[in-house]
Write a protein that binds this ligand. Structure first.
Ligand code: GTQ
Length: 353
């Protein structure tokens, strides 16, 4: 084919494509290779937020805006490649929320589900449908889709937690709803700890059927989960890819505690090195105790990310990675695994073959 015939074809095609655009159509054959790829092509990158550095920015926010004015005074953690998109990974949102003593973040509800993972401070609480739950560092709290919730701080020091929401997923689908409660706070209903008493002892009242798709337990206290990890570590083999990793579950179903977000707490003992692992999960981590490194392959280069207490870091879909701990470490994490599993999309690769 000589070049003038080729030019003629491309001109002909360009004209044809232009006409297609006018009819809201497009030629798949020009896009197929970018659309359907042999392996995931991910924009988000592995990244770490150093808490010792952003803590100052976060505390500064208290002098810039009140919780009342902000409604939620949160620094969003945006993946560097997803700037302006309110995403820490393609599917999940994360932020650090600050409540100063005496402040109240007013009651609202929304279709995205949310979790809180407490980073520092005592005396903070979340009220979920009128059940007040006080929160301590390391506690994991659920505010299910469309549950009324407000936050406050009855203590003497700033309280900080990580918010994790399925906001990008809900936004993508479009099923976004939000209401403000007419009062600042939802009226007190059940006493503090009620849901834990009802559902936290592997028993339930005859005839009791929880009416939602998330765990009826709002709060999973760290003291209990940490003790479980400690005791299990004496009797259980270490998983070469995860150390000792426990998933928070809904005690009424045995499934994930939240319907759209998987949540985990894992223990890596001092000097533990995990084997290379790759997963379609998009995972956000919050370090509770200890320090170590993450070795992650980004386009054939190995990037080393150092993590320590209170840092947040992300490993998006399909980046091969290994953990190396310097000291006994516990790490909380949340991901979209439960959604991927329900859709039949979850994949993992253990080892490097
Ligand atoms: O606490 O309800 O980080 O609605 C983002 C949206 C927290 C919350 C966020 C929210 C909340």
């Amino acid at each position: 084919m000589n070049s003038s015939t080729q030019n003629q074809i491309s001109e002909e095609r360009a004209e044809y494509y232009g006409k297609l655009r006018g009819h809201s159509c497009a030629p798949l054959w020009e896009h197929l290779a970018q659309l359907v790829t042999p392996e995931p092509v991910i924009t988000a990158i592995p990244h770490l937020w150093d808490y010792s550095k952003i803590r100052e920015d976060l505390l500064h926010s208290a002098s810039v805006i009140t919780a009342e004015e902000a409604e939620r005074r949160v620094l969003m953690l945006e993946n560097p490649t997803l700037e302006g998109k309110a995403r820490i990974t393609e599917s999940m949102y994360a932020g650090l929320q600050l409540i100063m003593p005496g402040e109240i973040a007013r009651a609202h509800r929304h279709s995205p589900g949310a979790l809180r993972f407490i980073v520092e401070g005592s005396g903070g609480y979340t009220s979920v449908n009128g059940e007040k739950t006080y929160m301590e560092p390391g506690d994991f709290i659920i505010t299910p889709s469309m549950a009324w919730h407000d936050h406050g701080n009855d203590g003497d020091n700033p309280v900080v937690w990580m918010d994790g929401l399925d906001l990008p997923l809900v936004n993508h689908i479009g099923a976004m709803f939000m209401d403000h409660y007419p009062e600042e706070q939802f009226p007190d209903g059940q006493p503090h700890g009620d849901s834990y008493i009802r559902y936290g002892s592997n028993m339930r009242q005859v005839g009791a059927t929880p009416d939602r798709s998330d765990s009826p337990i709002f709060s999973y206290p760290y003291a209990k989960s940490r003790e479980t990890l400690e005791k299990l570590s004496k009797t259980t083999d270490w998983d070469p890819y995860h150390g000792l990793k426990l998933e928070y579950i809904d005690p009424t179903t045995g499934g994930a505690a939240m319907s759209t977000i998987s949540t985990f707490l894992q223990l890596l003992p001092k000097d533990f090195k995990t084997e290379e692992y790759q997963t379609t999960e998009n995972t956000t981590y919050s370090v509770v105790e200890g320090d170590g490194r993450l070795s992650v392959k980004v386009k054939n280069e190995t990037k080393v990310i150092k993590w320590k207490k209170n840092d947040v870091f992300v490993i998006p879909c399909w980046y091969p990675h290994k953990f190396i701990s310097n000291s006994d470490s516990t790490i909380f994490s949340f991901s979209d695994k439960v959604v991927q599993t329900k859709l039949g999309l979850f994949r993992e690769r253990r080892g490097n073959n």
